[in-house]
Ligand binder design. Structure first.
Ligand code: B12
Ligand code: SF4
Ligand code: SF4
Length: 309
C-alpha cells in the first residue's frame, strides 16, 4: 500500500470518520473577510485570534516546511440532554483536545515508523493558529455552512477537526466545492441572540462565546438570552437539516456525558463547591472556565428554583 493510503487507513483505525489531504500552496480564501471581522471587533475579547492572525492567514508563517495538510474529523454526537442545565455536546465528556491530540500523535508515530527518512510533523487541534474549517474544506471533508461550521454530507456537523501538518508531499484530495445549504436559513432563524447572518458570526453575541470566553459578569440582556446553556451552545447545529438527516452516534466512549452532566439538577449545580467542580471536570473542557465563571453561568439559568432577574 502507498503511504497516502496507509495513512488514511491508520487514521480510520484510530477512530477518525473523515480524512482528507490538501496542498498548502494555494493561499486561503476569505483572508480579507477575516481582517475585517477582527477590525470590527467581532472576536470580542478573544485577543489570541488577532495575536497570531498572520499565521492563521498563511500556514507557511506557522510551519514554513509544510508540504501536506492532513485534515481529520471525528464524530462526537451523543443524544443525552439535560433540560434544566444545558451543556453543549462538545463538553459532555472528556476534553476533545486530549483525545484528538493522542490520536494524532499516534498517527504521526505511525508515519515516522513507516518511512526510512526523517519526517517533521505538527499536530493541531483547535488552539493552533490555523483556520481548521477552511483546511478541512480544501481537503474535501465538507463545506462551511451558514452557521460557519463545517458540515459533511454523510455525518453532518457534529465533528471535531484536527490536522497533521507534514514536511513531505502526499497525494492530495479535491476540495469540497459545493455549498449544500441552498436557500435554507434555519440556523440563522433559530439563533436566539441573532449572532448569525449568512456565513458570518458575531462572536460577541454567541452564547458559546458568552459562557466560555466572556470573563466578566453578564449584563441583563445577555443574561436573558442564555436559554439555560451553561457551557457552549448547540442550537444552530440541533436545527440543521443535515444533522437531523445524517447524524450518527459517536463511536468514542469518552465523548459520552459524565453522570453529573446527565443527571444533576439546577439545585445540584448551584450547591457544588470549588473542590467538587475540580473533581467532576478534571478532564473536561469545562474546567477551563474555572469555578467562579461556572457559578456565574449556572446562576443565570432561569428556573423557579433560581432567583434570576
Ligand atoms: C474562535 C473559535 C470560536 C469562537 C468564534 C466562532 C467562529 N465561527 O469564528 C466561538 C467561541 C464563538 C466558537 C464557538 C463554537 N465553536 Co469554535 N472555534 C474557534 C476557532 C478556535 C477559530 C475559528 C476562527 O478562526 N474564527 C474566525 C472567523 C472569522 O472565522 P469563521 O467564522 O470560520 O469565518 C470564516 C467564514 O465565515 C468564511 N466566509 C466568509 N464569507 C463566506 C462566504 C461563504 C460562501 C463561505 C463558504 C465562507 C465564508 O471566512 C471566514 C474566515 O475564514 C476554531 C478552531 C480553529 N483553529 O480553526 C474552533 C472551531 C471552529 N469551533 C468548533 C466548535 C465545535 C464550536 C461550537 C460548536 C462549540 C459549542 N457547541 O459551543 C461553537 C459554534 C458556534 C458557531 N456557530 O460557530 C469546531 C467546529 C467543528 C466543525 N464541525 O466545524 C472548531 C473547528 C474546533 C475544532 N477543532 O473542532 N468557536
Ligand atoms: S452557538 Fe448558539 S448563540 Fe452561537 S450562533 Fe449558534 S445558535 Fe447562535
Ligand atoms: S441550518 Fe440550513 S443554512 Fe444553516 S448550516 Fe444547516 S443547511 Fe446550512
Amino acid at each position: 500500500m502507498d503511504l497516502t493510503k496507509s495513512i488514511k487507513s491508520k487514521a480510520h483505525d484510530l477512530g477518525f470518520q473523515k480524512i482528507g489531504i490538501s496542498s498548502p500552496k494555494e493561499p486561503l480564501a476569505y483572508n480579507d473577510y477575516f481582517d475585517e471581522w477582527i477590525s470590527l471587533g467581532k472576536n470580542g475579547t478573544m485577543q489570541w485570534l488577532e495575536n497570531r492572525k498572520e499565521e492563521r492567514k498563511d500556514i507557511y508563517k506557522y510551519f514554513p516546511e509544510v508540504k501536506s495538510v492532513i485534515s481529520l474529523a471525528i464524530n462526537y454526537y451523543t443524544d443525552s440532554e439535560n433540560s434544566q442545565v444545558k451543556f453543549s455536546k462538545y463538553a459532555h465528556g472528556t476534553d476533545y483536545h486530549i483525545i484528538v491530540k493522542q490520536k494524532l500523535n499516534a498517527l504521526l508515530d505511525f508515519i515516522k515508523a513507516s518511512l526510512n527518512q526523517n519526517v517533521e510533523g505538527v499536530v493541531c487541534v483547535d488552539s493552533s493558529p490555523i483556520m481548521e474549517k477552511q483546511w478541512a474544506q480544501r481537503s474535501g471533508i465538507g463545506w462551511q455552512g451558514k452557521h460557519t461550521l463545517l458540515i459533511n454530507d454523510e455525518i453532518g456537523s457534529w465533528m471535531f477537526l484536527g490536522e497533521l501538518l507534514l514536511d513531505i508531499p502526499l497525494e492530495y484530495d479535491k476540495p469540497f466545492i459545493k455549498d449544500l445549504c441552498g436557500s435554507c436559513t434555519t440556523c440563522i432563524d433559530a439563533c436566539p441572540t441573532n449572532a448569525l447572518s449568512e456565513y458570518h458570526l458575531d462572536a460577541t453575541k454567541c452564547i458559546s462565546y458568552l459562557t466560555v470566553e466572556h470573563k466578566t459578569d453578564f449584563d441583563t440582556s445577555q443574561k436573558s438570552q442564555l436559554n439555560s446553556w451553561v457551557y457552549g451552545c448547540d442550537i444552530c447545529q440541533q436545527v440543521c437539516p443535515w444533522n437531523i438527516k445524517r447524524q450518527q452516534y459517536s463511536s468514542e466512549d469518552l465523548f459520552y456525558p459524565k453522570q453529573e452532566v446527565r443527571e444533576y439538577s439546577l439545585i445540584d449545580w448551584l450547591k457544588i463547591d470549588d473542590f467538587s467542580f475540580k473533581k467532576i471536570f478534571k478532564d473536561s473542557p469545562v474546567k477551563r472556565i474555572k469555578y467562579d465563571r461556572f457559578k456565574r453561568n449556572v446562576s443565570a439559568v432561569k428556573h423557579p428554583s433560581n432567583n434570576v432577574d
